[in-house]
Design a protein around this ligand. Structure first.
Ligand SMILES: Nc1ncnc2c1ncn2[C@@H]1O[C@H](COP(=O)(O)OP(=O)(O)OP(=O)(O)O)[C@@H](O)[C@H]1O
Length: 522
């Protein structure tokens, strides 16, 4: 178990990074970064997309090696050779993408990867899960199947997994991005319990609310460098935003801001006679494992309207979006999009042809091919439309579109020929958005469009979605982020606890009500 003795807290930092640098070819991802974390300290690591945060995490957790500089764990210089080596040294990490196996129970998951058959004693394992969970006030059932847990539950398992080892530092990579407000509050309770236990926490986040809610210090990166490292009580949101955007805590010049910083008013409510573009009636959907994901769901989306589909991941949102994108057929009821019906021909090809754009929720598995260039990834969604030619590929048009997207979306890359897997996560997401919105779609299925994006880019992306809406697109916005829903949606439907709440006009509800529905309360 991790240390529990407060008397054992010393001033020796759990982790010290000294002049750490990492380059990928010409790109200096991290340049001379020094940062230390004391026991029981919660430090936020902030920065725009491509600032170098993941590279720092990767070096700390043994995913990649620094080119120069030192890493010291409890005062001793170390070379962290692998993720297992990091764990052996007391450094645990909870990534954004959980690598859990659905058929195992929580207790079995903790046992995975440990040597020795004696370890698989079911009772002992269950007792261990309960012991670790209770100590940090976490609610979790040792016998629950991973596949039956929602995303917040799976995150709790990942935290438990790390804590079942003797962890002095826990790295949380964008832990709140996928959670409902209630689950965020629960996570923060766990973070506070860990802090009280002397565990240091490094939290990578794009959300300033996380910083002020639970962090002790805020460390901001800009272009690979640490430009601010201050106690949270000494910083303001404006100062942090300035540091992220310009690398200085001085006030940001107007010219440095992106258009999204200013939220334009709604141009006009969708006309009552606007055509219905998406219609879902009594829809039933199953998960891949056969369980019921959605039942009795009905709503319409008209041209020029944004409907938010709120809820914590795992409550049927993925199944719904995949059905509306033509990947799956409904298990019951019907879906109609732009005069195509799920009772007739229904496939991604048919629906793309009808004008449907799709920003999937799982970028790495569904939206991009990492080894291919940005230009080739640009082509992926437009193969059926023949935008880039029929028999011969119009490569120069694809490159032109990609170059324009790089400028418009401020994508940090060496150019259209760079493999997309080399970009930071946020910059990959920007290319996916640019590609999907390129051809003026009639319907946009946008699953977590701003997940992983920095605060400036989120504003810009929200403005682009508003422009598309004003140009007549019908938009289904899948989101767990109440600020995003409030900023964009005209109406909202919530999927939670196997049921659907709404749809309801945003004017007729408030974020407290939506948050309560997301938690499954009526
Ligand atoms: N494997 C790689 N090969 C080449 N370049 C890389 C690689 N990984 C990261 N980079 C580059 O290093 C820089 C820093 O990327 P990093 O992923 O650390 O940023 P980040 O702050 O985590 O961004 P985000 O918020 O978008 O996740 C970027 O310019 C990125 O393109």
């Amino acid at each position: 178990m991790m240390q529990t003795n407060h008397a054992a807290h010393t001033t020796v930092p759990v982790l010290e990074l000294a002049h750490l640098s990492k380059s990928y070819g010409e790109v200096r991802a991290v340049a001379g970064l020094s940062l230390s974390l004391n026991p029981g300290e919660v430090v936020a690591l902030l920065g725009e997309n491509g600032a170098g945060k993941s590279t720092v995490v990767n070096m700390i957790t043994g995913m990649t090696r620094p080119n120069s500089g030192q890493i010291r764990v409890r005062g001793k210089e170390v070379l962290i050779a692998s993720p297992r080596d990091a764990l052996d040294r007391g450094i645990g990490v909870v990534h954004q993408h959980y690598a859990l196996v659905g058929d195992f129970t929580v207790a079995e998951t903790l046992a995975l990867g440990r040597a020795g058959p004696g370890r698989l004693n079911r009772q002992a394992l269950h007792a261990e899960v309960r012991r670790v969970a209770e100590r940090i006030g976490m609610q979790i059932e040792a016998g629950a199947l991973i596949g039956s847990l929602d995303v917040a539950g799976q995150q709790r398992v990942e935290i438990l997994k790390a804590l079942s080892r003797e962890v002095g530092l826990l790295v949380l990579d964008e832990p709140t991005a996928v959670l409902s407000p209630e689950d965020v509050a629960r996570l923060f309770d766990v973070v506070r319990a860990l802090r009280a236990d002397g565990v240091a926490i490094l939290m990578v986040t794009h959300r300033l609310a996380d910083v002020f809610a639970v962090c002790d210090r805020a460390a901001v990166m800009h272009s690979g460098q640490l430009v601010c490292d201050l106690p949270v009580m000494d910083v303001t949101s404006e100062g942090l935003i300035s540091a992220m955007i310009s690398g200085s805590t001085d006030t940001v010049q107007e010219s440095e801001r992106m258009p999204g910083d200013v939220m334009p008013a709604r141009q006009a409510a969708p006309a009552n006679d606007a055509p219905t573009r998406v219609s879902v009636r009594d829809l039933a959907l199953r998960r891949a494992n056969g369980s019921q994901a959605v039942q009795g769901l009905s709503f319409d989306i008209r041209a020029g309207e944004i409907m938010a589909l709120a809820g914590v991941d795992g409550n049927g949102q993925s199944e719904l979006v995949q059905c509306l994108a033509g990947v799956n057929l409904p298990d019951g009821g019907t879906a109609e999009i732009c005069n195509c019906s799920s009772d007739g021909p229904w496939s991604p090809r048919v629906l793309r042809h009808a004008g449907v754009a799709h920003v999937p929720d799982d970028r790495r598995r569904q939206a991009i091919i990492s080894d291919l260039s940005l230009g080739a990834n640009m082509i992926l969604s437009h193969v059926f439309s023949r935008r880039y030619g029929r028999a011969m590929l119009d490569w120069s048009r694809a490159r032109d579109d990609t170059s324009r997207a790089i400028d418009e979306y401020d994508i940090r890359t060496t150019g259209p020929d760079q493999p997309i897997g080399r970009l930071s996560g946020g910059n990959q997401q920007k290319l996916v958005l640019a590609r999907e919105l390129l051809a003026g779609p009639k319907v946009i299925l946008a699953a977590h469009p701003s997940r992983g994006l920095d605060i400036r880019t989120i504003g810009a992306v929200q403005n682009i979605l508003r422009q598309q809406r004003d140009a007549g697109a019908a938009i289904l916005l899948v989101s767990a982020d109440l600020d995003e829903i409030r900023a964009l949606a005209d109406r909202v439907v919530v999927l939670a606890a196997g049921g659907a709440f709404g749809p309801v006009d945003m004017a007729q509800t408030d974020t407290a009500q939506i948050g309560a529905w997301m938690a499954g309360h009526t």
